[in-house]
Design a protein around this ligand. Structure first.
Ligand code: CA
Ligand code: CA
Length: 301
């Protein structure tokens, strides 16, 4: 099959899966206002329809991601989940969206997976902080805040060093940075442009990470090595975390990369005549069991 035919088939499939997810929603959502001439009532109706469609988008993404899990542990952009949902007509409006891999980015909780500091992830975070214009030394403070013990690297008590007891557990979201000594609104905002916070440590997926992130992780790799590795990835996804390091001729980085993803985002836009909504969802897909919705944000588009 040609690539364009494959893409068309992928798009047709994701639309079909959405329509299945919508089936149940459509039957209940369309509440016709009694006095339809009131614009306000139409808005209320469309807003309610948006919430129903947001649920349908979540069911759609969960179905797509559950089907993908049955195909094996590898995750890459050649898979069906990465096919965007084109603008699809629904009663009175349209919905479009896409699933993205949250593990394409560095997760701050990787500084101390299961409560224990990771030297390779700490080194990468320092380079990323520098890029974001945030003091790299703050990575050490953050790693102390996330790791489970109360000791700094030189054996001092964290409480004495920082003048407060640290959280000693994973961050729940980017806002938690503000409780860590040294972080400010401005630094949290700068970091949120280039890193994520997921509920637990989650290695970067080497198949979905940007070339810039890979270059930051392997500062000794030459531009030619990077180009070659990216070209190889486009032909055939990496089948394990060490493929990337081997292709770059670099030592592998312990616990930094994987080729499987458990956290995904859904971005959908729902348009009705009077209102448009942006839906942002986060979905966790544990190694066993069904994917679940972990966060839902609906805003005016
Ligand atoms: Ca997959
Ligand atoms: Ca600690």
């Amino acid at each position: 099959m040609t690539e364009s035919k494959q893409r068309a088939r992928g798009a047709a499939l994701v639309v079909a899966l959405l329509l299945t997810a919508l089936g149940a929603a459509i039957a209940t959502q369309m509440i016709v206002p009694l006095s339809g001439w009131l614009d306000r009532e139409y808005r209320a109706r469309d807003t309610q329809a948006s919430y129903t469609l947001a649920d349908a988008a979540a069911s759609w993404a969960i179905t797509v991601l559950a089907a993908d899990a049955r195909l094996g542990p590898l995750d890459h952009y050649g898979e069906l989940w990465a096919t965007p949902l084109p603008p699809t007509p629904v009663e009175g409006g349209t919905i479009e969206g896409r699933i993205t891999d949250l593990q394409a980015q560095f997760n701050l909780n990787n500084l101390a997976p299961r409560g224990v500091k990771s030297a390779a992830n700490i080194a990468l975070a320092k380079a990323l902080f520098a890029k974001a214009g945030v003091a790299p030394a703050l990575v050490d403070t953050l790693a102390d805040a996330i790791d489970k013990d109360d000791l700094t690297d030189d054996g001092q008590s964290e409480r004495q060093r920082y003048g407060q007891t640290l959280r000693n557990g994973p961050l729940r979201d980017m806002v938690d940075l503000l409780d860590v000594p040294g972080f400010t609104d401005a630094s949290a905002r700068a970091l949120s442009e280039i890193v994520v916070v997921l509920p637990e440590a989650s290695p970067i997926n080497a198949n979905t990470a940007s070339k810039a992130l890979i270059a930051t992780a392997f500062p000794a790799a030459t531009p030619a090595d990077l180009d070659r590795a990216m070209a190889r990835r486009a032909q055939q996804p990496f089948s394990g975390p060490n493929d990337l390091a081997t292709l770059l001729g670099q030592p592998s980085l312990d616990g930094v990369f994987s080729t499987n993803s458990q956290y995904f985002a859904v971005e959908a836009v729902i348009r009705f005549e009077r209102v448009s909504h942006r839906v942002q969802l986060q979905i966790a897909r544990p190694p066993t069991g069904r994917p679940t919705l972990i966060t839902r944000l609906i805003s005016n588009a």
